[in-house]
Design a protein around this ligand. Structure first.
Ligand code: ATP
Length: 203
């Protein structure tokens, strides 16, 4: 999955709607200190489902909403949309394989209400996580390599390094689906036991 476009509105310093087109294989974001370069990376991470305010350099999640300036009142909500080119439909869940583009939106209101959308349809956070599983994209994947990350990988425990290799090999999504299937089987087993008890009582 390749990022095509990033749209921000009310997110951190980007109070007005801002569109960043990723038209080239390599792009650089340059600007003076404090102009918002890292906020762009934060926006990508947030839209992919980041749940830790600390990882977004804030104290609470509300800190991602534009908090006002001398000339502007604070925004009521923050919204970020990341549009991906669906270049390998085998990468994504079956319901999205026919789309040329996949747009993921996250919105957070100051009231605390939050929404996730895929191609403008409301979804759960889990749907966003599932969409990215095995693609290398996602909050815990290797698509964002921040300062110090290479050092961390080099010095990581073999088991932790293995998780990265599994993600790159596309195994993570199968491991996650296996876990879900095992959980369902366990629940079914418990239900069967209960049914058995009820049948025994009736007999
Ligand atoms: P540097 O080159 O120093 O690393 P940078 O270009 O990466 O800087 P950022 O860290 O992305 O800059 O942006 C910092 C700016 O974003 C600060 O001016 C800060 O006030 C502003 N900012 C952060 N959160 C908010 C918010 N919720 N509302 C308004 N502005 C915000």
């Amino acid at each position: 999955m390749k990022i095509k476009r990033l749209e921000l509105s009310g997110f951190k310093s980007f109070v007005d709607r801002t569109v960043v087109n990723f038209d080239h294989a390599i792009m650089g974001i340059v600007g003076p200190n404090g102009c918002g370069k890292s906020n762009i990376v934060d926006a990508i991470r947030w839209c992919m489902g980041e749940q830790s305010a600390k990882h977004l350099r804030g104290k609470s999640m509300e800190d991602v909403i534009f908090n006002g300036s001398e000339s502007r009142t604070p925004a009521d909500f923050a919204e970020v949309t990341l549009t991906f080119e669906n270049d390998d439909p085998t990468d994504v869940p079956i319901e999205y394989k026919d789309y040329a583009e996949i747009a993921v939106t996250r919105r957070l209101h100051r009231t605390g209400d939050s929404e996730y959308l895929i191609n403008k349809t409301p979804v759960r956070l889990k749907d966003i996580t599932d969409l990215f599983l095995g693609t290398g994209v996602g909050t815990k994947a290797y698509s964002i390599v921040e300062q110090g990350k290479i050092g961390l990988i080099v010095s990581a425990k073999p088991e932790d390094r293995r998780l990265l290799i599994e993600e790159a090999a596309g195994i993570t999504k199968f491991k996650s689906r296996k876990k879900q299937a095992e959980r369902k089987m366990e629940l079914t087993q418990q239900n069967l036991l209960r049914v058995g008890d009820i049948v025994a009582e009736i007999e």
